[in-house]
Design a protein around this ligand. Sequence first.
Ligand SMILES: [Fe+2]
Length: 280
Amino acid sequence: MVRPTRLASPPVTRFPAEFEDILSRQGRRVLAGTHALCGALADPRTRFVAADDLVDRRAAARLRRLLDAQLLGALQRIDRPIPPESIWEMTDDYAELLPKSARAGTIYFDSPREAGVRIARRLGLAAMLRSDSFRAFAAALAGRALADDAGQQVLCYGPGDYAGPHNDHHPRNRRARSGYLDVHLSLASPAVLHQWLVYARAGHFSEIVSVAGPATITAYRLPFWHYVTPLAARPRRARQARRWVLLGTFLFAPARPPRAAQASLSMPSSAARSNSRRKS
Ligand SMILES: [Fe+2]
């Protein structure tokens, strides 16, 4: 019996120009406004949503392989351990304070001369994260209009990489201090055994969700407390175990002022560009 030859699909060399092009049928329903998650984050009591079926899995696997091949060597390392002073300089019992600790690889898009940024641009990754359909997708989950400018970042978790408890609040940023939106696409390899996002609801770290799927969308109405557990690899698969996170940060559009006041409130372009909030 002659077995039919199974042709492997050729590796992709670029990201699509539009985020829409990697969505599954369910994901397109978000853009169409007919998915149950549309407007889910409009209720301030809902800070977080996650879904594993909004992005086409074959497209996700192809893009993950492209990132592995092209971007892995250009990552910057975040290595921010818990400071020993957080224990040894305490002066009162039970008065511990924990600054954010983290370990991961990253590419910050606000440093255009970085090798990783140049590669992300060449691959079309930067453009896809800035695409109209990614913004529209984020706005659909938020259930409200978003400002024109946005931030982008790439994270890559390998074995043992994690992010300690933090809340992503930016009180010094006038436009972000009352809240903003993050949308993440997670692309975990099959060699990942588990990684979890733990987040607070009603003041307790009571919620836990897997972020180790091959094509997971998570959306955050920040700030709120959360942490990411150390990535665990399957036995003897540590070298292949990693989770890429493609991250968009969006500010909410300001409420429309009365027409007479609009002219005096237009934003200088320099302020629009200074919308950079690094996740680290
Ligand atoms: Fe965070």
